[in-house]
Design a protein around this ligand. Structure first.
Ligand code: NAD
Length: 463
């Protein structure tokens, strides 16, 4: 794929509709060249998409659950057939090196679709409490507003549970990575979804994002992005008292308890560095703080430096998304105890050297703010209680990791970490488990049964 890609039309009501706002260029962050030009929606086209979704809701919400699950399985199969195309588009607009583009950016959302189709078929849409039948009904039209860091995954985790639940959707993808979303609209079309059930309108957050959030035709806004924009969306949605799902920033901690063997310590450091630097450090659950027993620090520093050296441009390390993001990340690279080595970076592309800081002050900017780049902060704890206290010393509460040899007590320790997810001893991502944040990391849950429940109303019928 070397030519300029052109996407002149939006996907509205099962049709391709030219966007009448000014086109937007898409940059490849690895080459700093324009790689695509996409149509942008005017307020008129956004309104058309909302009306289509509103019209389609009556029949889609009444479609039997098994048929909705089958439609999602067809979508899964179309994306799986076109997996290489999706990976190439993500490499092109987001910069992820090709193997990562396939494994992280395409295979993970595919497993989310498969698991959601299974979850909705088992979901209890009706139950009884005494003389009441409790009915769970789709909320209506969902506006999905997504970020650029995982251009396909962030869309799938919102749109697929909403469609499974019986809602219809209008999607506004990130302005920096819209090409993947256009390919996804083609996949929806090929999978035979009824007109109006899924609609795509590209555009800026200020224009299209705000119009969707304020519209009385939208019943629920599902947003992933920065905490600052999330706050603004919650305030705008309050005007029409619509529900919101907000997946926001994070500053997740990897907590190593004092009982770990040298072998587990080595695994903990290796996995934490890899997780922190995954996708150029641009993941919301990045384990960007490593909290270790004070007496193990010298060993941890050596292990972390060795793990960081494995991140080389073009293989495991991609560029950051934009010049602005690189500048932002570089603002954190101030003098301190750096234990990683400098790296030779390509002349082009928004690369940053993966950096490990040690002995970081837990209240410093480095330890408190989300960086969204490949920067790890190591902190030391005097006891296991102190380690948990440090982990909870954050306005965020999204993810986390716990390392211990005492697996019987791992759940107990995890319960003390105030976050929506904790991975014990490197346990893998579960594509059906609820995903979301405590504190300023968000409101609501995505994925699987809980993602479906997030876009359902609850009715009690007394008999
Ligand atoms: P962003 O908040 O700038 O933008 C996210 C989306 O919101 C984009 O589609 C954007 O166009 C839109 N938007 C911007 N302003 C808007 C407005 N006023 N009204 C409506 N929509 C608006 O975030 P970003 O820079 O694209 O993504 C990076 C951020 O996302 C990081 O802070 C990261 O932590 C967060 N993130 C969170 C999760 C999670 O699941 N918690 C996952 C990935 C990223």
């Amino acid at each position: 794929m070397t030519d300029l890609l052109r996407e002149p039309a939006l996907y509205i009501d099962g049709d391709w509709v030219p966007g009448t706002a000014e086109d937007c260029e898409v940059e490849n962050p690895a080459t700093e060249q324009t790689t695509g030009v996409v149509a942008q929606a005017s307020p008129h086209e956004v309104e058309g998409a909302l009306e289509a979704a509103h019209r389609a809701f009556a029949s889609w919400s009444a479609t039997p659950v098994a048929e909705r699950a089958d439609a999602l399985r067809r979508l899964h199969d179309v994306i799986a057939e076109r997996a290489e195309t999706f990976a190439e588009l993500i490499n092109r607009e987001q910069g992820s090196p090709p193997p990562l583009a396939r494994k992280l950016h395409v295979d993970v959302p595919l497993s989310v679709i498969a698991q959601t189709a299974a979850a909705v078929e088992e979901f209890a849409f009706r139950s009884r409490i005494g003389n009441s039948v409790i009915i769970r009904e789709p909320v209506g039209v969902v506006a999905a507003i997504t970020p650029w860091n995982l251009p396909l995954h962030q869309i799938i985790v919102k749109v697929v549970p909403a469609l499974a639940a019986g809602c219809t959707v209008v999607l506004k993808p990130a302005a920096l990575t819209p090409l993947t979303a256009f390919e996804l609209a083609r996949a929806f079309d090929a999978a035979g979804f009824p007109a109006g059930v899924f609609n795509l309108v590209a555009g800026s957050g200020r224009d299209v994002g705000e119009q969707l959030t304020k519209s009385p035709l939208v019943d629920h806004v599902s947003f992933t992005g920065s905490t600052a924009v999330g706050r603004r969306i919650a305030a705008m949605a309050a005007e029409t008292l619509k529900g919101v799902t907000l997946e926001l920033g994070g500053k997740s901690a990897s907590v190593v308890l004092s009982d770990v063997s040298d072998e587990r310590l080595a695994t903990a450091v290796k996995v934490t560095v890899a997780n922190c630097y995954l996708n150029g450090g641009q993941t919301c659950t990045a384990l960007s703080r490593l909290i270790v027993p004070a007496n193990r620090l010298p060993q941890v520093e050596q292990l972390a430096a060795a793990a960081a050296a494995k991140f080389q441009p073009g293989t495991r390390l991609g560029p950051l998304i934009s010049a602005g993001q690189r500048k932002e990340v570089e603002s954190f690279l101030t003098p301190g105890k750096v234990v990683s080595s400098p790296l030779e970076l390509p002349d082009r592309g928004y690369y940053v050297t993966p950096t490990v800081y040690s002995d970081v002050d837990p209240d410093s900017r480095l330890a408190q703010e989300e960086i969204f780049g490949p920067v790890l902060s190591i902190m030391t704890a005097e006891s296991d209680d102190h380690a948990i206290e440090l982990a909870n010393n954050s306005i965020y509460g999204l993810g986390g990791a716990l390392w211990t040899d005492d697996t019987d007590r791992a759940t107990e320790w995890s319960a003390r970490i105030r976050t929506g997810q904790v991975d014990v001893n490197g346990a893998p991502f579960n594509p059906r488990a609820p995903f979301g944040g405590y504190k300023q990391s968000g409101i609501g849950r995505e994925i699987g049964d809980y993602g479906i429940a997030d876009v359902l109303e609850i009715k009690a019928v007394q008999l």
